[in-house]
Write a protein that binds this ligand. Structure first.
Ligand code: XIL
Length: 321
C-alpha cells in the first residue's frame, strides 16, 4: 500500500493533482494528502488570468506563490495552468475588448505582457505551462475557437503565445491542453495536425496535455495509448492533466467498477508512452471536486471519497502503477 507518488517514481511518471488553495489552507488532512500522494501539483484556479490580475496592472501573486512554496517544500513539480484560455478571464479585459476600448494592437500588447509577466514571475519554478487551453471547438469538424485571442491576434495567436512564453523561460516545457481529445478523434487529430505545423515552423511546442475529464455514460477512450503514441512520435511530451471520472448519482457497484477501468485506461496509456511525463487528477477527494457544481446530478469523480478514504479507483491506480 504505497503512496501514488512513490509508485509513480518507480514508473518514471509524475503523479499530480489539481490543488484547491482554500482547502489547502483550511483542511490539514487535505494538505497532508497532497504532500504524501503527489509528485506534481497544478493550481486549480489561482494561476488563471482572472485570479492573477483581477484589476488591470495589479497582479495578485499571493495564492499562486503559496502553492509554489508548498510544492517546493514537498519536492513536487509545478504544472502551470494556464496562460491563455477563453474562460476565467478578468472582466476588465473582456469588457474592454467588447466595448472597443481595447483594440487589436493593445490586446496584442496586453497578451504579450501577460505571458511575459507570468512566465517570468515563475521562471525556473514551473516545469511546464499550459500555454493555450481549450483552443479548438468540439464536434466532427473542429476549428480554432472564436476567442478574443483569435479575433484580435490572428489565427497564429498560438504560435505567438508559444514564442513569447519561450522567451520568458526557455527551459519551461510548453504545452497545449484540451478536453475530449483522449482518444483518436477529429479534435485530437486537429491538435496532431497543429503540432506538426508548429514543429515545421520551429515554434517552441514541447508537449500535448490531455485533460481526461471522463464521463461513464460515454465510451471508454480505449485507444488513448494509440492517440498519445502519435504525439510521442512527433517528439512531444504528453501528459494527462485533469483526470476525473464522473457518473450520475447515486453510485452503485457497476459504476464504481466502471470508474476503476476508466482511470486505468488513461494511466496505462501514459505508462505505455515513453514521453508521457505526468498523470494528474483534477482533485483527489470527493470532498473538493468541481464536478457536482458543473455537471448536475453527477459526482464521486475522484479516487478518494469525501472522508479521504481510498475508493476502488485509488486501489486500481496503485495496482496499475
Ligand atoms: C475548473 C475548476 O475546477 C473550477 O473550480 C472553476 O470554477 C472552473 O474551472 N478544464 C480546465 C480547468 O482546464 O481549468 C477547469 O477547472 C475544468 C475544466
Amino acid at each position: 500500500d504505497q503512496p501514488l507518488r512513490v509508485l509513480g517514481a518507480k514508473a518514471d511518471v509524475l503523479i499530480g493533482t489539481a490543488v484547491d488553495m482554500n482547502a489547502l489552507a483550511t483542511d490539514t488532512t487535505y494538505r497532508e494528502r497532497v504532500r504524501t500522494d503527489f509528485s506534481a501539483v497544478t493550481a486549480e484556479n489561482v494561476m488563471k488570468w482572472a485570479e492573477l490580475e483581477p484589476t488591470r496592472g495589479q497582479y495578485n501573486w499571493g495564492p499562486a506563490d503559496q502553492l509554489v512554496a508548498e510544492a517546493r517544500r514537498n519536492g513536487q513539480q509545478i504544472h502551470g495552468h494556464t496562460l491563455l484560455w477563453h474562460s476565467q478571464l478578468p472582466t476588465w479585459l473582456t469588457d474592454g475588448v467588447a466595448s472597443g476600448d481595447i483594440d487589436s494592437a493593445e490586446l496584442t500588447e496586453i497578451v504579450r505582457n501577460h505571458i511575459r509577466t507570468v512566465v517570468g514571475h515563475f521562471k525556473g519554478k514551473v516545469r511546464a505551462w499550459d500555454v493555450v487551453n481549450e483552443a479548438f471547438t468540439d464536434g466532427s469538424a473542429p476549428v480554432l475557437r472564436d476567442t478574443i485571442f483569435k479575433q484580435h491576434l490572428g489565427d497564429d495567436y498560438i504560435a505567438k503565445a508559444l514564442r513569447w512564453a519561450h522567451e520568458a523561460d526557455p527551459r519551461a516545457k510548453l504545452f497545449l491542453n484540451d478536453y475530449a481529445i483522449d482518444n483518436v478523434n477529429a479534435k485530437s487529430t486537429a491538435y496532431f495536425e497543429l503540432a506538426k505545423t508548429l514543429k515545421a515552423q520551429r515554434v517552441p511546442l514541447h508537449g500535448q496535455g490531455f485533460q481526461g475529464h471522463l464521463d461513464l455514460q460515454y465510451p471508454l477512450p480505449i485507444d488513448a495509448h494509440e492517440n498519445l503514441a502519435r504525439f510521442d512520435r512527433l517528439g512531444l511530451e504528453t501528459a494527462f492533466t485533469e483526470v476525473d471520472v464522473r457518473y450520475f448519482l447515486p453510485g452503485d457497484t457497476y459504476k464504481t467498477a466502471g470508474q476503476v477501468g476508466s482511470f486505468n485506461v488513461l494511466l496505462q496509456a501514459c505508462l505505455l508512452t515513453p514521453k508521457c511525463v505526468m498523470f494528474t487528477v483534477w482533485g483527489f477527494t470527493d470532498k473538493y471536486s468541481w464536478v457536482p457544481g458543473f455537471f448536475e446530478g453527477q459526482g464521486e469523480a475522484t479516487p478518494l471519497d469525501a472522508n479521504f478514504q481510498p475508493k476502488p479507483a485509488y486501489r486500481g491506480l496503485q495496482q496499475t502503477l
